[in-house]
Design a protein around this ligand. Structure first.
Ligand code: N7H
Length: 503
């Protein structure tokens, strides 16, 4: 089962966790919020953005009514285990379970602490700061959703559950309990897509296929042969990259324990930064563009779309299925991540600019240790209606409520967006085969943003596979993914919520 974008419950194997060969490490799962590591199970997810009107009442009502309802990572972990054993035994489902998580912006923390926090510099700047917008080539605030920018956003509630009406009931109950202590600034509900599109994002691609393994949590699927892998191809990452208080990645050796990321205050332990981006997707425009360009290049439109993403709609990676889709491979999580890009030095199988090759270049750069310091855990969900019959230009807002977790926004999400996706020269140092000239890979065609929304291009949309030297370029005059709102939150530990933030 796939739970929306970015969520595919990992298979559990006998409780043997990756990194078991190194000294045991235990995560305080009961103290970490549930969406952070493995993700709240979600068919529907209501994002409630609010302003704190009265900090003292907010603290009081939260302590009285809300905090005990927060779903922690242990509950999520247990639910996943139970769901798997139920699905293998073939009865029941856990669809009746709800989830609730809470986060705060820098302004929200200032309301609760009575003083400005001094956390991660990117968090303190915020997603809506002109410098952040410039740094990431984001559209100006004036182009964001009006309601989202009308008021200060102090916090977010994530309310998840099996269907829209019960999620909305949970949200109403929550806002009733908090009374006039908060004002809702913006509310929107995402949902997994229906029927056969379940688990696929709006362009049609299976999502939630690849996530970092987490040392001491993600089990090794082949503990004897490959104790240092989660599922095959899933490299384990030290948990400090995603939650404060644990070892992070070593800057020189991708497998060695590195120092825990610095904590600006002790109460950050077991907390995580969350990046939220509401990304509108122009689905009919994307399809039309792909069809026209595929005709121009003389290739199958599905292949062209796959070369933009790096995977086929089924999830099958181009590295393992370079010319045609292989749904059995796409759906097989013991195989669909078992590849590297170093085996494809001339982008014959997968373009250097393809979304997944940009966002996680695996072994494609000079230092794998460095790549593993720019990982994120994704936990988003699609939003908006299915394409209406005859909707040949976008009439309804739809896309992805993108969510990711990390302990440094600057080194993780912002780095991927700025230095990989928005950088046409990444990956550097690539050459044409046979001693040819240097290659400029181009922008990430899915999420890359050029300054002032100017045109982008990618190199080699047409595959020279298994051989060939046809030189092609895809010029992309418009963006098919548009940012319409963004915010940075801190998702505190349950203990920080009970103490420093509400006392
Ligand atoms: Fe992406 N898409 O449909 O094309 N993404 N993404 N993403 N993304 C991935 O592996 C998509 C966005 C990453 O480990 C897949 O789960 C769309 C942002 C990373 O191999 C697909 C949008 C950022 C990975 C998509 C969007 C990322 C990844 C393949 C916006 C961060 C894992 C399925 C509307 C800056 C790479 C999978 C790996 C995978 C799509 C946004 C990052 C199909 C449509 C903003 C790290």
């Amino acid at each position: 089962m796939v739970d929306g974008y970015g969520r595919r419950p990992a298979r559990r194997v006998n409780g043997t966790t990756t990194g078991a060969s190194t000294k045991p490490l235990s995560l305080d799962l009961h103290d970490i919020q549930g969406d952070v590591l493995e993700g709240l199970r979600k068919n529907y997810e209501n994002f409630l953005f609010y302003k704190i009107v009265s900090p003292s009442s907010f603290k009081q009502y939260s302590r009285q009514h809300v905090l005990r309802r927060i779903t922690n990572a242990l509950q999520v972990h247990d639910r996943e285990l139970a769901a798997q054993s139920r699905s293998t035994r073939g009865f029941g489902s856990l669809e009746t379970l709800f989830g609730l998580n809470v986060g705060f912006t820098k302004d929200g923390l200032a309301q609760l602490l009575g003083t400005r926090s001094k956390l991660d510099p990117a968090f303190e700047r915020g997603a809506n700061h002109p410098d952040t917008i410039k740094n990431l080539n984001d559209p100006p605030r004036a182009a964001w959703l009006k309601k989202f920018i009308e008021n200060r956003i102090d916090g977010i509630f994530l309310v998840t559950g099996p269907d829209r009406s019960s999620v909305m009931r949970q949200s109403s109950e929550l806002t009733r309990l908090l009374g006039t202590s908060i004002k809702i600034v913006y509310s929107e509900t995402g949902n997994t897509r229906p029927g056969r599109e379940r688990g696929h994002e709006h362009f049609g691609f299976l999502d939630g296929v690849s996530q970092p393994g987490i040392r001491s949590l993600t089990p090794a699927s082949e503990p004897r042969r490959r104790p240092d892998q989660g599922l095959p191809g899933q490299d384990p990452i030290w948990p400090g990259e995603f939650v404060f208080g644990y070892p992070g990645q070593h800057p020189e050796d991708p497998t060695k324990e590195g120092p825990p990321p610095e904590m600006a205050a002790p109460w950050l332990r077991n907390g995580s930064y969350m990046v939220f981006r509401r990304l509108e997707q122009k689905v009919p425009e994307f399809r039309k563009f792909v069809a026209e360009q595929a005709a121009r290049l003389g290739m199958d439109p599905q292949l062209l779309a796959a070369r933009m993403v790096g995977r086929w709609r089924s999830g099958a990676p181009l590295e393992l299925a370079p010319l045609r889709d292989n749904p059995a491979l796409g759906g097989d999580d013991t195989r669909n991540n078992n590849f590297e890009f170093g085996d494809d030095p001339f982008q014959r199988r997968c373009p250097y600019a393809a979304h997944i090759r940009k966002a996680y270049p695996r072994d494609d750069t000079a230092s794998e240790a460095e790549v593993q310091r720019h990982r994120i855990i994704r936990a988003g969900i699609p939003f908006g209606p299915e394409l209406a019959p005859g909707e040949t230009t976008t009439k309804h807002s739809r896309g992805l409520m993108f969510v990711c977790y990390q302990t440094s926004i600057e080194r993780q999400f912002e780095y991927i967006q700025k230095n990989y996706a928005n950088n046409p020269d990444f990956v550097p140092g690539k050459k044409r085969p046979g001693g040819g000239g240097a290659v400029v890979p181009g922008f990430d065609p899915i999420i890359g943003q050029a300054p002032c929304n100017s045109a982008r291009r990618i190199d080699e949309p047409f595959p020279n596979y298994p051989a060939g030297s046809r030189r092609t370029t895809l010029a992309i005059p418009e963006q098919f993914v548009m940012l319409t709102a963004a915010a940075y939150f801190f998702m505190p530990s349950i203990s920080a919520l009970r103490t420093v933030l509400t006392s």
